[in-house]
Ligand binder design. Structure first.
Ligand SMILES: NC(=O)c1ccc[n+]([C@@H]2O[C@H](COP(=O)([O-])OP(=O)(O)OC[C@H]3O[C@@H](n4cnc5c(N)ncnc54)[C@H](O)[C@@H]3O)[C@@H](O)[C@H]2O)c1
Length: 328
């Protein structure tokens, strides 16, 4: 049987759908003509405001349920009658390190509940969010999906690797169709700008807007492989629509950008001539290089990153500036 899900008229559950990436998945599901999109989010990080556009464009289509993937009954209730589940609910890597038991309960047990419900209620496909963290500091570049996971030493990466294993076992045991997506370095509108776990781009935007140079901790030569949230959301939809199952894909631009280059791109996006400043390296980040091989996603899902870094950063800056005006 085909593992392709037609999203036109489909009924979808999106866990973590009020978050940065999940809310873009919801937007795109509305645009694709989904009949029903239920968001399950406990709003620990997600925001109702992230769904404003989807709620406006898809009245009667999108429904937000404030609830938890750890709540077995709620997950089963919301999964019943759905064609497809996009599973994005998770905690940030830093929070997983600080609260590993909560991470175990949310990322591992919560994911088990999502998969168990998907099988019980005959969901056609699960599209799950994994992460480049499963590689830890990779040994080969560009890194393919076949790279081993033994260099990961984070609890978050361990949970994501286990989730991928759990998906494979549910496919083998119950025939559950799924695709897992390993996102690399994510950026774009609706990134967290207020919380404890804000990222370097947000801190730099604040400094540049205040006339201060972006502060790079260390030499800034470590590299990342950036991918825009809208491109990631599109990968989620393509993963559902493709006749592909039991596979994992890298989702990245497939380009290496150093922190120093990133600062340069951001300064240009903010029309600033400031020069980045270097401070002492604050903590040792064992992952100093990221570069994905994205051939598999291109060949099997027909996906590749479209939004260039300059375009993406300009969009991020305009969104962030509007946020500052709305909530100074
Ligand atoms: N942002 C990144 O850099 C990145 C990189 C790789 C993978 N990912 C993965 O992508 C997915 C989405 O990430 P994001 O960047 O949008 O993060 P996010 O924090 O914005 O979104 C996660 C959402 O899950 C919700 N949530 C957390 N625990 C929950 C629970 N127990 N029950 C219900 N809802 C819960 C949060 O409120 C939030 O809205 C996650 O699985 C994440 O691990 C993110």
């Amino acid at each position: 049987m085909s593992a392709a899900v037609d999203l036109q008229g489909a009924r979808a559950l999106v866990t973590g759908g009020a978050g940065t990436i999940g809310s873009h998945v919801v937007d795109q599901l509305v645009q694709a003509g989904a009949a029903e999109v239920v968001v399950l989010d406990n709003l620990v990080r997600g925001r109702v405001a992230n769904l404003e556009r989807a709620l406006a464009e898809g009245p009667g289509v999108v429904r937000l349920v404030e609830g938890d993937i750890r709540d077995v009954r709620t997950v089963h209730e919301l999964t019943r009658g759905k064609d497809v589940v996009f599973h994005l609910a998770a905690l940030r890597i830093t929070q997983c390190a600080e609260e590993p038991r909560l991470a175990l309960e949310s990322l591992v047990d919560g994911t088990f509940t999502v998969l168990e419900a998907a099988v019980e209620h005959g969901v056609r496909k699960v599209v799950a969010s994994s992460s480049a963290s499963v590689y830890g500091m990779a040994e080969q570049f560009p890194t393919t999906e076949r790279h081993h996971p033994y260099n990961n030493d984070t609890f978050y990466g361990a949970a994501k690797a286990f989730n991928e294993g759990m998906l494979r076992s549910f496919h083998a045991m119950n025939g559950l169709d799924y695709v897992a997506l390993r996102y690399f370095n994510v950026y774009g509108p609706r990134m967290d700008v207020h919380g404890v776990y804000t990222e370097v781009l947000i801190r730099w935007m604040e400094r540049i807007a205040a006339g201060q140079p972006p502060l790079i901790q260390g030499d800034g030569l470590q590299t990342m492989d950036f991918v825009h949230v809208e491109d990631i959301a599109r990968a989620n939809l393509l993963a559902a629509q493709a006749d592909v199952t039991d596979e994992v894909f890298n989702i990245a631009a497939g380009e290496e950008t150093s922190l120093l280059d990133l600062a340069g791109h951001l300064l240009a996006a903010m029309d600033s001539h400031l020069v980045p400043e270097h401070g002492p390296a604050r903590k040792v980040n064992s992952v100093v290089r990221r570069l994905a091989d994205v051939t598999a996603a291109r060949e099997q899902l027909g996906w590749q990153s479209r939004i260039t870094m300059d375009e993406g950063l300009r969009g991020l800056v305009s969104w962030w500036q509007a946020e500052q005006v709305a909530a100074p």
